[in-house]
Design a protein around this ligand. Sequence first.
Ligand code: C5P
Length: 206
Amino acid sequence: MIIAVDGPAASGKGTLASGLGRHYGLPYLDTGLLYRAVGRAVEAYEASDDFEQRAIAAALTLDEADIEPEYLQSSKIGSLASKVAVIGAVRSALFDYQRDFATQEGGAVLDGRDIGTKIAPEADVKLFIQADSKSRMERRARQFEARGQAVDRYALYHQIEERDARDMLNPNGGFYKADDAHLLDTTLLDIEAALRAAIAIVDGTM
Ligand code: C5P
């Protein structure tokens, strides 16, 4: 069984997708980490003329050892990730790894932006997660605060809106709700309620 979970920044899709992985005993991949790892690799070259070429090279040589979640969670890396994610050759370089993960024997859960549209259009269940920008900002702010980081909510709100806009307008992105995706709005749901709702959708389609 392949479960595809797509949605905007800080929509709760990662928590939801990893919860589904545990519930159904399926391996889980956070595909945003791949783009974040590429973004981090070219962080020092953001303003240079060869940013694109360097990002492509980083994507082609990306190693599993580079995908260290603890170094990749900042807003700065999130924003860099969305900049490398508009480069078509970066997306193609990361395709096979995601595709192989999705199609492994026994199934998998993946979250990202284009899982249901491009990586695994044949997924058995597709969830498209939505939540209003203000509540997404607040969730992300609390995650940072829980790690002891100071948060400027105004700046964070704008970073999230800017990243969403770049992702939605990304001509190579595939970030839209697939026709056969189930829409799940988590604005008013806590983690447990959102997971119960997602499990109900998955169970209902099996
Ligand atoms: O999911 P996360 O917020 O960690 O993703 C970081 C960035 O990586 C996104 O804003 C998006 O630009 C890019 N991304 C993507 N396709 C995916 C996953 C992430 O373009 N499947």
